[in-house]
Design a protein around this ligand. Structure first.
Ligand code: AMP
Length: 129
């Protein structure tokens, strides 16, 4: 079972931003920007581009809804979308509120936000979903 499956199952806590019967979205624990969110399929597949076409299309539509909620909660120029998957072997999409190109830099020092602030960010996104 991957760490993300354990999050979806509720065995590991997460800051939930959105959910439907097939997909789950929660805050990245080491955000590159405030509102950095991960979208994952409940189905356990390692690599995003190994998902079947229909699931990938549905996940993209779900991510679009989450991106709109992020932008409503945290006004930004655009919401960026990235696929890495080098650390966790469970397909996921990164959604990141952007003010500038540098906000998508995964090498920069990550934000350290208190739990209460992470909770408030997630609640704001969830309320707009
Ligand atoms: P990557 O697989 O390279 O896309 O990176 C995995 C991402 O998942 C990183 O940005 C981590 O900060 C994030 N991550 C790992 N474990 C957790 C967790 N338990 N809760 C939230 N985010 C996580």
């Amino acid at each position: 079972m991957t760490i993300f499956s354990r999050i979806i199952a509720g065995e590991i806590p997460s800051y939930k931003c959105a959910e439907d019967d097939r997909f789950y979205a929660f805050l990245d624990i080491n955000p590159v920007a405030k509102g950095h969110t991960l979208v994952v399929p409940k189905q356990e597949v390692d690599y995003l581009f190994d998902l079947d076409d229909e699931t990938l299309a549905a996940m993209t539509v779900f991510a679009k809804r989450v991106a709109k909620a992020i932008q409503q909660a945290f006004p930004c120029r655009k919401v960026g979308m990235a696929v890495l998957g080098l650390e966790v072997n469970h397909a996921h999409i990164h959604l990141i509120p952007l003010q500038s190109e540098g906000d998508m830099d995964f090498r920069k020092e990550k934000l350290q936000l208190p739990a209460e602030e992470m909770q408030a960010i997630a609640a704001k996104i969830l309320a707009n979903f």
